[in-house]
Design a protein around this ligand. Structure first.
Ligand SMILES: C=C(O[C@@H]1C=C(C(=O)O)C=C[C@H]1O)C(=O)O
Length: 354
């Protein structure tokens, strides 16, 4: 049901306070904001990619994939024509991340570089979690900040009482399918945005993004009748820039979604090459559970289309803390200190909206 902005956000606040499961999302470059409010607090596991609803899947392929089934939800919609007028709020954020976090992360990166140099892998994406404490975190305010500031991102707040509260503004599409037309992207390589898209990319970034493009093309091409790539070109994601290639095509048949997701996720944008070697390295060395970070989420068979995004630039909110998840691609050319700084810049994207 279409609502005015004020009524829409008041309802979201009421649902949030009632502790029932809900998702609010806005797709990249759209004005339409959609909410699915589940009528009970049951936890529905995704049983088949033929279901309709909003799905939330973890990084671990065998982990619990959750669906808010369309038929179990009230759907609310609003259109944002203007930015929200938000008062400046000076949230005091206290980092509870351990003092040795930087030393640890750098040491894992150095191990990965050595591992890659010995030809055991080409790329490994390593991540970490940064936890901030504050007693004034306001979820609706943060949602509005993300909507105002990250217009070309997939912005969301997801909550289930049995799982927790996640929110984010991701620049990365995993897969979209509408009437047998497929759209995906290869996104990798990071530098700070300094006022222009006209920048130079080093070999390290060009290579790490190329690995992702090659992997995606190799996996989806056999399932397509026609096929096109555009890029790589530079895109802005908040205060960062990335290299992106758009990949699109027409599917050979209409029942390929599950096969495609299984062959794409996790892509080398968030895992590595070769996939199995990179996954094992991540599980052995990262030393924490990625949970839903670098998993995927989005509309499944809603309005005859599927739109799934990779869960990046995201955080998990618990009581008075926000855990921000950040990572970056490591290759033989990585400089550990620079890779650390890149994760600090990525964490800024969520820190800024708290
Ligand atoms: C892993 C993340 O981002 C991914 C890694 C990137 C990189 O290594 O340069 C860039 C964009 C994303 O594909 C993240 O944001 O946590």
């Amino acid at each position: 049901m279409q609502q005015t902005n004020e009524i829409f956000f008041d309802k979201i606040e009421t649902v949030f306070n009632s502790n029932f499961p809900f998702i609010v999302f806005r797709k990249p470059n759209e004005n339409k904001v959609t909410a699915l409010c589940q009528k009970t607090n049951e936890l529905f596991e995704l049983k088949s990619f033929d279901q309709s609803g909003f799905i939330f899947a973890p990084f671990n392929k065998n982990g619990l994939k959750i669906i808010f089934p369309l038929e179990k939800c009230d759907v609310l919609i609003t259109n944002l024509d203007n930015d929200f007028e938000l008062n400046e709020k000076s949230t005091v954020l206290k980092s509870t991340t351990k003092d040795n976090a930087q030393v640890n992360h750098i040491s894992i990166i150095e191990k990965a570089v050595e591992f890659i140099k010995s030809n055991k892998a080409k790329k490994i994406v390593l991540s970490r979690k940064e936890t901030l404490e504050s007693d004034t975190i306001d979820v609706i305010y943060t949602l509005k900040q993300m909507l105002n500031n990250y217009k070309n991102a997939f912005v969301y707040v997801w909550f289930h009482p049995k799982i927790g509260l996640w929110m984010g503004a991701t620049p990365e599409r995993l897969i979209s399918i509408s009437e047998n037309k497929l759209k995906t992207m290869s996104l990798a390589g990071t530098q700070k945005f300094k006022g222009t898209l006209d920048v130079i990319w080093q070999e390290k970034e060009l290579h790490e993004q190329r690995y992702v493009t090659d992997y995606i093309v190799e996996n989806i091409k056999p399932k397509l009748t026609s096929f096109k790539t555009v890029g790589p070109y530079t895109v802005q994601a908040g205060s960062l820039l990335h290299l992106r290639t758009d990949i699109s095509g027409t599917l050979k048949s209409s029942n390929l979604l599950e096969t495609l997701i299984n062959s794409l996720h996790p892509t080398p944008a968030i895992c590595g090459i070769p996939k199995k070697v990179a996954t094992d390295f991540i599980l052995e060395h990262e030393g924490y559970n990625r949970a839903y970070y670098s998993g995927y989420l989005g509309e499944l068979n809603m309005n005859n289309s599927t739109n799934l995004f990779v869960n990046l630039r995201c955080m998990q909110l618990e009581n008075n803390s926000a855990s921000i998840f950040v990572g970056g691609g490591i290759t033989c050319k990585s400089i550990a200190e620079n890779e650390w700084v890149e994760t600090v810049s990525k964490a800024e994207i969520m820190r800024k909206v708290l």
